[in-house]
Design a protein around this ligand. Structure first.
Ligand SMILES: Cc1ncc(COP(=O)(O)O)c(C=O)c1O
Length: 477
């Protein structure tokens, strides 16, 4: 395969750059307005190419990409749902787009921040939200730092956090980053947290809390949720809810009412804001009343005089990110919630669950489902197809059929894991195409396994050595 040229390699006369005029404004001495140390000493290496070529270059590159606008994107644990265009329209309204965080006239933006926080409180059963964190994992860190500060301020020493093995990988990582050591509890045969082990761990007296991803990374909603929070509270711990998987329960169940003290959400998962290749995102954190004072500041609150921004009185854990977080993302999430309304939010959750269960029941006669029960928004497959065809082979087979593969080899509790999450935005026609592709692949595994093992054939590049690709990526080839 020939390599795509970079835009820099497509330019002409790049060495000369004579298309950029020299600064020749009379009466201005460059050295006076810009220190010599900040001035460019070499020619800038910009490609000298016409506008139409630049446009074609990027349009062609974009067409090589696959995204939620191209087709189903059933990447388990990522909730890659279609992002409605109305979100983009509102985020581009000049009053939102051109606002600067330091300008004084920003009441509209402050009101949006307040209203979105209130909506999230209502959806999650919390008392206050900060919209400051820029991603789910940063939301987690915010929440865990709040737990730490809560105990420190009471002079209580607790240095452990319980994390089940079905949690998202960021949960133990976050707890460790905040200085806690982790007690991992293995989930039972139903994918749930064994209560006796939870109680045993809590009895130690040094556990600050539990960090629970619910529904967890195998798409299971823990049916003992009330008992779990009761046990943690009985021994003086706090309950943290990783709400990145809120999609299947929003509008139906509230983590606050299940007994959780802190929650983070991933707006880019649940509330249809772009994932954006790693950012910018938003990971708001909600808390119960007693923890409000620890939230990052400023916080927007409402009093008799209207909305006011409250600064840190010394109790806050401090800022997690500059200004108000990724404001454009907040506008999109706010739009999504307003556009769907209370009933729409609930219907989206129900359809996310319905779609995932539909796929599971249509493929389970051919694919092994380790937790074969009504799942939530996603479900786990343990891929052992005829002739040793594995998860990676199935993923490549899907790519060859023009379909984005689900998450593979995650979560780690199943070796040949394939985590399928269709989201609510796919209709039956799209789901049936996906199901047919999986069943075709099964037949291919029976009849022509080598073909599957050597694929993909229809993608820009064929099968890579996955380890080398991860460790020593050639990003330009
Ligand atoms: C359950 C869960 N928790 C936490 C995260 C981390 O979120 P982020 O990638 O925004 O940091 C994710 C990411 O998808 C997730 O699925």
């Amino acid at each position: 395969m020939t390599r795509e040229l970079l835009i820099f390699e497509k330019g002409y006369n790049t060495a000369k750059n004579n298309f950029i005029p020299k600064m020749d404004i009379k009466g201005i001495d460059l050295d006076e307005i810009l220190p010599k140390s900040l001035q460019r000493s070499e020619e800038i290496n910009l490609p000298d190419i016409p506008e139409f070529e630049i446009v074609r270059h990027y349009v062609n590159l974009a067409q090589k990409n696959y995204g939620v606008d191209s087709g189903i994107y059933p990447l388990g644990s990522c909730t890659m749902k279609y992002n409605p265009r109305i979100n983009e329209i509102t985020a581009r309204l000049p009053g939102f787009l051109k606002i600067h965080p330091l300008q004084e006239e920003n009441e509209g933006a402050i009101e949006l921040i307040y209203n979105l926080g209130q909506q999230l409180c209502e959806i999650c059963g919390m008392k206050a939200f900060t919209l400051n964190p820029a991603a789910g994992a940063q939301g987690e860190l915010t929440g865990i730092l709040i737990i730490k500060k809560y105990f420190e301020s009471k002079g209580i020493k607790k240095d452990k956090i319980i994390v089940p093995d079905s949690a998202h990988g960021t949960n133990p990582a976050t707890s460790a980053m905040a200085g806690f050591s982790i007690i991992e509890i293995k989930s039972d045969e139903n994918g749930e947290l064994p209560l006796d082990q939870l109680e045993f761990a809590m009895k130690g007296g040094d556990v600050a809390g539990l960090m629970l991803t619910n529904p967890n990374t195998i798409g299971v909603f823990d049916r003992n949720i009330d008992k779990i929070t009761e046990i943690v509270h009985k021994y003086g711990g706090l309950c943290y809810y990783d709400g990145a998987n809120l999609n299947p329960i929003m509008g139906i169940a509230k983590p606050g009412e299940m007994g959780f003290d802190i929650i983070h959400l991933n707006l880019h998962k649940t509330f249809s804001t772009p994932h954006g290749g790693g950012g910018p995102g938003a990971g708001p954190v909600g808390v119960k009343k007693d923890l409000i004072k620890y939230l990052p500041c400023p916080q927007v609150i409402k009093n008799e005089g209207g909305l006011v921004c409250v600064e840190d009185d010394g109790s806050s854990i401090g800022r997690m990110r500059s200004f108000w977080g990724n404001f454009g993302v907040l506008v999109r999430a706010y739009t999504y919630i307003l556009a769907l309304g209370k009933n729409g939010i609930r219907r989206a959750a129900q359809n996310a669950v319905l779609n995932a269960n539909y796929i599971r029941t249509q493929i389970k006669h051919k694919y092994s489902i380790p937790y074969d029960r009504i799942n939530m928004h996603e479900f786990l497959v343990d891929v052992h197809l005829p002739n040793g065809v594995n998860s990676e082979d199935v993923a490549k087979g899907l790519l060859d059929r023009g379909i984005h593969a689900p998450t593979i080899y995650f979560p780690l509790i199943i070796h040949e894991a394939m985590l399928i999450e269709p989201t609510e935005t796919e209709n039956k026609r799209e789901l049936d195409k996906f199901i047919k592709a999986l069943l075709d692949i099964y037949e291919e595994a029976e009849n022509n396994p080598d073909h599957l093992r050597n694929g993909p054939y229809n993608t820009l590049i064929g099968r890579l050595d996955a380890t080398l690709a991860a460790r020593k990526p050639h990003l330009r080839d």
